[in-house]
Write a protein that binds this ligand. Structure first.
Ligand code: DX5
Ligand code: ZN
Length: 222
C-alpha cells in the first residue's frame, strides 16, 4: 500500500469523454478516482448519481472514492455501493446518526469515510474516529471545483492527524479543495496522506498526465 495517494476528482473532467479521461488518469498512475456527488440541497450544485458511478466502474479498475454531498445520504448508500463505489464518504453536517451511517456503509462491504466542512471543527468527528476508514477535511466549501484553498484549515488537519495517531488508527486523512503544487507541501506536512485534485489535474495546461505528474513529484514524505 502506498503511503501518499492521489485522487483525481472527475468534477473537473470533460464528461463528453469521461472514459478517456479516466484512462489517462489510470495510465498516469493515479491511485483513486474521486467522484463528487451533489444534490442541489446540501450544496448549491448538482452533479451525478449512481448511473455515472456505474459508468466509472466499467471504465477503470482504480478504486472509486465517492464523496456524498447530499442530504439524507443513508437513503442512497446501497445504490452507490451496487454501482461500484469502493469508499463512501458522508458529511457529518448531514448525518445526525453518524455512527449508524458508518455501520450501514461498512455492512455493504464498502469503506466508510466522514468529512467536515471548513466551518465544522475537528471535534465533530472525534467520537467516530475509531470506526472510520477515512477522514476527509474540506479545504474549500463544497460545491464547486477550482476554488481557492483555505489555508486556515491546516491546523485542523494536524489536529486530526494527532487524534488518529493517538488511537493507533490507520484511517486515511484526505484533503479536498484547492490541492495544487503550491498547497501540497503544507498539506503533507500537516499529516494528510490522500489528496483530491480536480482543477490542478484536468485543467493543467499540458493535459491530465502532466497534471498528475506535477503533483506526484511532490508526494514525498518529508
Ligand atoms: C468540491 C469537491 C472537490 C472538487 C475539488 O466540492 O468536493 O472534490 O472537485 O476541486 P479542486 O481540486 O479544483 O479544488
Ligand atoms: Zn470531493
Amino acid at each position: 500500500m502506498k503511503s501518499l495517494v492521489l485522487a483525481p476528482s472527475i468534477l473537473s473532467a470533460d464528461f463528453t469523454h469521461l472514459g478517456q479521461d479516466l484512462a489517462d488518469c489510470e495510465a498516469a498512475g493515479a491511485d483513486w478516482i474521486h467522484v463528487d456527488v451533489m444534490d442541489g440541497h446540501f450544496v448549491p450544485n448538482m452533479t451525478l448519481g449512481p448511473l455515472v458511478v456505474d459508468a466509472c466502474r466499467r471504465a477503470t479498475k482504480l478504486p472509486l472514492d465517492v464523496h456524498l454531498m447530499i442530504e439524507k445520504p443513508e437513503n442512497m448508500l446501497e445504490a452507490f455501493a451496487k454501482a461500484g463505489a469502493d469508499r463512501l464518504t458522508v458529511h457529518v453536517e448531514t448525518c445526525p446518526h453518524l455512527h449508524r451511517t458508518i455501520q450501514q456503509i461498512q455492512a455493504l462491504g464498502v469503506k466508510a469515510g466522514v468529512t467536515i466542512n471548513p466551518a465544522t471543527p475537528a471535534i465533530m468527528v472525534k467520537e467516530v474516529l475509531p470506526f472510520v476508514d477515512l477522514v476527509l477535511v474540506m479545504t474549500v466549501n463544497p460545491g464547486f471545483g477550482g476554488q481557492s484553498f483555505i489555508s486556515e484549515m491546516l491546523p485542523k488537519i494536524a489536529e486530526i492527524r494527532q487524534a488518529l495517531n493517538s488511537i493507533g488508527s490507520q484511517a486515511w486523512l484526505e484533503v479536498d479543495g484547492g490541492v495544487a503544487d503550491k498547497t501540497l507541501p503544507a498539506l503533507i506536512k500537516a499529516g494528510a496522506n490522500a489528496f483530491v485534485a480536480g482543477n490542478a489535474i484536468f485543467n493543467h495546461s499540458h493535459g491530465i498526465r502532466a497534471g498528475i505528474k506535477t503533483l506526484q513529484d511532490l508526494l514525498i514524505i518529508p
